[in-house]
Ligand binder design. Sequence first.
Ligand SMILES: N[C@@H](CCC(=O)N[C@@H](CS)C(=O)NCC(=O)O)C(=O)O
Length: 206
Amino acid sequence: MLKIWGRVNSVNVKKALWAADELGLEYERTDAGMQFGLTRTPEYLKMNPNSLVPTIEDDGFVLWESHTIVRYLAAKHGAGTLWPTDIQTRADAERWMDWAFTFQAAMRNVFWGLIRTPADKRDPKAIEEGRVKSNQLAADVLERSLQGKKYVVGDSFTMGDIPIGCEVQRWMRCPIERPRLPNIEAWFARLGERPAFRKNVDIPLS
Ligand SMILES: N[C@@H](CCC(=O)N[C@@H](CS)C(=O)NCC(=O)O)C(=O)O
């Protein structure tokens, strides 16, 4: 059976879990990372020398890097659904997967500052810079691109929606000021109709 290592509140672990559940896969998850430790054990480091989560093992094949895990699971089990068979549609989906790390980098100090740092230890300047940058990326890039589309590559939900959906969930749920962006709001509401998104992604931030 597919094995997934990673704590459920990790944005990158959420991507693997969401993809696995969208594909209806059975898997066994082991808590790892932060308070759960495990990632520095020799056994784990042998699988993932980065000492990070997520890691998966599928029939003896070990893989890390969350977006690559999503691609792998989609390619193996989701041809024509999560994995677009048209090469240009697939490249479009992959572009949004890569861009999700751009958005993640902008949100990093906002999320860590507001959710994982006690109030008296926060860096308000870094939080504010991250907020401004995230809002700008959301408005100038994602909002414009979603114009006239249901999902990031068009009318169908694909793997392209998974990483950026996880990153945008953090942005939507962080207590910050955001501009009203109707295309993103409608897309995010569509993601919210998916049981696998509600189960794995749209849980309280921690
Ligand atoms: N590019 C990697 C980044 C992995 C990563 O940074 N994971 C974080 C959680 S989101 C981590 O392992 N943090 C340390 C920990 O949880 O102990 C991926 O997408 O898989």
